[in-house]
Design a protein around this ligand. Structure first.
Ligand SMILES: O=c1ccn([C@@H]2O[C@@H]3COP(=O)(O)O[C@H]3[C@H]2O)c(=O)[nH]1
Length: 255
């Protein structure tokens, strides 16, 4: 098994577990990302296939927390498997503490499904909150999506990772993404779909956002299952002159 080394002092590592929107490609996952520092291991969204990918990098015994952007299934499908994993590992004595899960409660029925006895404890997050997880500081922003959804700014040791979550263009994205060292930006749409599918960004808009934020690097994620993904990069290059990557399963970035 490919086990990730724990992070050195003052480093934050992002591992792409699932770069896909809607549903996972073979041997991958939908929306899921692992964020690690020396003091904490956090899963950012927990889509379909997330647990299988996570275990390539981290034993489930060492997962501290999960932070969710919203309740669409491509972002939460594996939360319910993770509840069972936490239960079994605690019953076996291999975990000594519950998993802490953080999400908004604008959908109270969905929020109520997250807590799982002594094995998973749920906590509310909202725009305006500051969440401290180990040596990570999280703040949240507004998105434009068919359901309530939070964008996220994650700071550690002077480095900033920003995740747009799922969203169409809105100006709060520029606020939450300002001066990001890495902008992990949804790019679910080719430019030709602008105005035809709501709730998501085109690649051209992702590039424009990275430019307006002054982001140092743009990583395109929440990818479509169709078309030529290289075209997303080319369209984002028309609006952003900096480095651009397509998120790929297993890729890692150290900030
Ligand atoms: O006309 C449509 C409608 C939807 N979709 C995909 O289905 C996904 C549903 O969840 P989501 O909102 O996270 O992302 C959506 C897109 O990835 C699409 O490609 N074309």
């Amino acid at each position: 098994m490919d086990r990730t080394e724990r992070k050195g002092d003052n480093e934050m590592k992002l591992t792409i577990l699932g770069p896909w929107g809607a549903y996972p490609a073979a041997d991958s996952a939908s929306a899921s990302y692992l964020i690690q520092t020396e003091s904490v291991n956090v899963l950012l969204d927990c889509g379909s296939g997330a647990l299988a990918q996570l275990q390539r990098h981290l034993p489930l015994e060492e997962l501290d927390a999960v932070v969710l952007t919203h309740y669409h299934t491509d972002h939460i499908a594996d939360v319910y498997c993770l509840q069972h994993a936490a239960m079994i590992l605690m019953q076996l004595g291999r975990r000594t503490k519950p998993i802490e899960i953080y999400a908004h409660d604008a959908d109270p029925e969905a929020f109520a499904t997250l807590a799982y006895g002594e094995y998973m404890h749920s906590h509310v997050i909202a725009v305006g909150d500051t969440l401290t997880l180990g040596d990570l500081t999280w703040t949240f922003g507004h998105t434009t999506h068919p359901v309530p959804c939070l964008s996220m700014r994650i700071e550690h040791g002077g480095q900033t990772l920003v995740f747009t979550a799922d969203t169409a263009w809105n100006d709060d994205l520029v606020r939450i993404g300002r001066n990001a060292d890495l902008l992990l930006c949804e790019s679910n749409l080719y430019n030709e779909y602008f105005g035809k599918i709501g709730g998501h960004l085109t690649a051209g808009e992702a590039g424009r956002l990275a430019s307006q934020c002054g982001a140092k690097r743009l990583v395109l994620t929440h990818l479509p299952q169709y078309g030529d993904l290289g075209q997303l990069v080319r369209e984002a290059q028309e609006t952003y002159p900096g480095p651009i990557d397509l998120a790929r399963t297993g890729d890692q970035y150290v900030l």
